[in-house]
Design a protein around this ligand. Structure first.
Ligand SMILES: Cc1cc2nc3c(=O)[nH]c(=O)nc-3n(C[C@H](O)[C@H](O)[C@H](O)COP(=O)(O)OP(=O)(O)OC[C@H]3O[C@@H](n4cnc5c(N)ncnc54)[C@H](O)[C@@H]3O)c2cc1C
Length: 292
């Protein structure tokens, strides 16, 4: 079994925090992935899949289980007809590049989402009015019992969530796209990236949106701005001065610093707006926010 021991999760998350994974497996093929899942199940280890760690907060204590990173053919992407097939670990940038070269449009909305095809399924990632639900045809989902294709309805994709359990791994995704000239795709992506750059902290270490937008006239970012949290700092983490629904690793932050900011943000949003903010960022390892 090809697994490494005690690998720091800080290296695998875009915010750059997190203690060690007890085991790290980097399967290159579906057979290797299924073997690792059977092994973890027989040993009783919980399994967590990490994509690009771009919406992930990992406990400072680390994760007492098997962490998987999909590589090799599980991170490749190719186009056939109007279908883009991607390994669960394929970076969105790679998927977009393949789609554009193959003259397929519809995935442009993902240009500034720095994750993977599989992470996108798990989170039903989205931007600019598009999300995974609008483009996924089906996904190959692996568990210790084997692998099976789930069509888009079976994946239970809703606003920033799916119906998949933590132990289910998205091994591959088929996206149904539509013909579009590569030059048009390029121009559209350029425009979306410019919009993003104007509004969000693009050159900082963050994990994307901290909280889901609440059922309220104000977005999570606007609520947090209104309660005076822009630029607020705890330890090495700070609420972005640019966009209050982002936490930046300002200086050797720990996950505990980010969590303390999240707890403070929830407390103020609840006290001042009666809003219960729900975290969008996924937690790995023993992490909990205080109840309100
Ligand atoms: C600068 C920045 C901008 C962002 N903008 C957006 C945005 O506009 N819209 C948006 O929706 N998100 C955004 N995000 C958040 C993030 O990029 C998305 O949620 C992305 O889809 C996460 O993908 P990932 O592969 O990095 O998943 P990770 O962060 O590694 O993991 C997230 C969750 O998915 C699970 N997971 C990962 N891979 C798999 C897999 N193969 N099978 C099963 N489960 C898996 C993990 O266990 C975890 O629960 C942004 C993040 C950053 C840093």
């Amino acid at each position: 079994m090809n697994v490494e021991e005690r690998v720091p999760l800080a290296r695998m998350t875009t915010i750059g925090t997190g203690g060690p994974a007890r085991w790290l497996g980097r399967p290159q093929t579906l057979a290797e992935l299924e073997e690792l899942l059977r092994w973890a199940s027989s040993e009783g280890f919980p399994v967590t899949t990490v994509g690009l760690g771009s919406n992930l907060l990992a406990a400072d204590e680390g994760v007492d289980g098997l962490v998987l990173r999909l590589e090799g053919e599980l991170a490749a992407a190719s186009v056939k007809g109007e279908i883009l097939t991607a390994g669960g670990g394929a970076a969105n940038a790679v998927c977009l590049h393949r789609a554009r070269s193959g003259g397929l449009g519809g995935f442009e909305f993902a240009c500034a989402i720095p994750g993977t095809a599989g992470g996108g399924v798990r989170m039903n990632a989205g931007a600019y009015g598009g999300d995974w639900k609008t483009v996924v045809a089906r996904a190959l989902v692996s568990s210790p019992d084997g692998s099976a294709w789930f069509d888009v309805d079976e994946l239970g994709l809703e606003y920033r969530r799916s119906g998949l359990d933590a132990h289910q791994v998205v091994a591959a995704v088929e996206f149904g796209l539509a013909p579009r000239p590569p030059d048009e795709i390029k121009a559209h992506v350029r425009e979306l990236n410019a919009q993003r750059k104007a509004a969000q902290p693009v050159n900082r270490r963050t994990f994307g949106s901290v909280f889901k937008n609440p059922d309220h006239e104000l977005s999570a970012g606007r609520v947090l701005e209104a309660v005076g949290l822009k630029g607020h700092r705890i330890g090495g983490a700070q609420i972005s001065p640019r966009h209050a629904n982002f936490i930046e690793n300002a200086d050797e932050a720990r996950t505990a610093d980010a969590l303390a900011l999240m707890a403070e943000a929830r407390r103020r949003a609840h006290e001042e707006f009666g809003v219960e903010l729900e975290h969008e960022v996924a937690f790995v390892g023993p992490i909990e926010l205080p109840t309100l």
